[in-house]
Design a protein. Structure first.
Length: 250
């Protein structure tokens, strides 16, 4: 068996007609190449609800990918406040089950964009449903294409794992979102904020490796993002060794 850590990546799904008449899965190539360049083996995970435990048996780490959709407000005890939200309920149910299982097993995990938001909501956070209408003097968080260039800066929280990985107090990041995390529980710490005080990164110190990013680090627009994926793969390798050392259940 290969010693290369297996990193599962969740897929996005589209139901509206595009180049196909049926629903289709989607995943940008750079999610996979960022993991592969860091030494991991990327594996895409379709939204099979009944396969979650087998997925968790298979992977050593997880990336919960982003996408152009919103987390249903009922998951954090609220109702829609600003216009019509775009939800993907099947995807969200699958990713919720996957994240809950990963947290229970302490599998290394990175949540990106909507993946960070869902991770935080699962742990008891609420969301800003629409940054432009709810955050006074907000930055432009939904930048146009291309996304491999920075949209604004973020300030990293000293002493956090993310600040150690990026080795800077301030970095420039891309930005493709109109919602954000708010009202975090005590077990989640804020690792980065933008100048308008929108939360840009989080981590859960109670887990071995559990980080969330509101921006898209898979674009690798700075060296810290490369170190991030290398750290994920290293954490996944450690998880694999811990799991291999556990006695088999009767």
């Amino acid at each position: 068996m290969s010693s290369t850590p297996v990193i599962g990546i969740t897929l996005d799904i589209e139901h509206t007609p595009g180049y196909a008449l049926e629903p289709w899965y989607a995943l940008r190539e750079n999610y996979c190449s960022a993991i592969a360049s860091a030494g991991g083996l990327p594996v895409a995970l379709p939204h099979e609800q009944d396969a979650v435990e087998r997925y968790l048996d298979l992977v050593d780490g997880l990336v919960i990918s982003g996408g152009m959709y919103d987390i249903p407000p009922e998951l954090y005890g609220e109702v829609p406040r600003q216009g019509e939200l775009v939800t993907k309920e099947g995807r969200t149910r699958f990713e919720r089950k996957l994240i809950e299982g990963a947290l229970a097993r302490d599998i290394p995990l990175i949540g990106i964009c909507g993946g960070m938001q869902l991770l935080a909501v699962i742990k008891g956070a609420k969301l800003i449903q629409d940054i432009p209408s709810e955050v006074k003097n907000s930055l432009k968080h939904m930048q146009p294409q291309p996304h491999h260039v920075a949209g604004h800066g973020v300030n990293l929280t000293p002493g956090t794992l993310i600040s150690r990985l990026f080795q800077q107090e301030q970095i420039l990041v891309n930005s493709v979102h109109h919602q954000a995390v708010r009202d975090l529980p005590a077990e989640i710490i804020v690792s980065a904020v933008s100048d308008d005080r929108v939360i840009e990164a989080i981590e859960i110190p109670g887990q071995h490796f559990c980080l969330g990013f509101q921006w898209h680090p898979e674009y690798l627009i700075n060296q810290g993002e490369q170190r991030l994926f290398e750290a994920l793969v290293a954490a996944a390798a450690r998880h694999h060794r811990r799991s291999a050392a556990l006695p088999l259940a009767n």
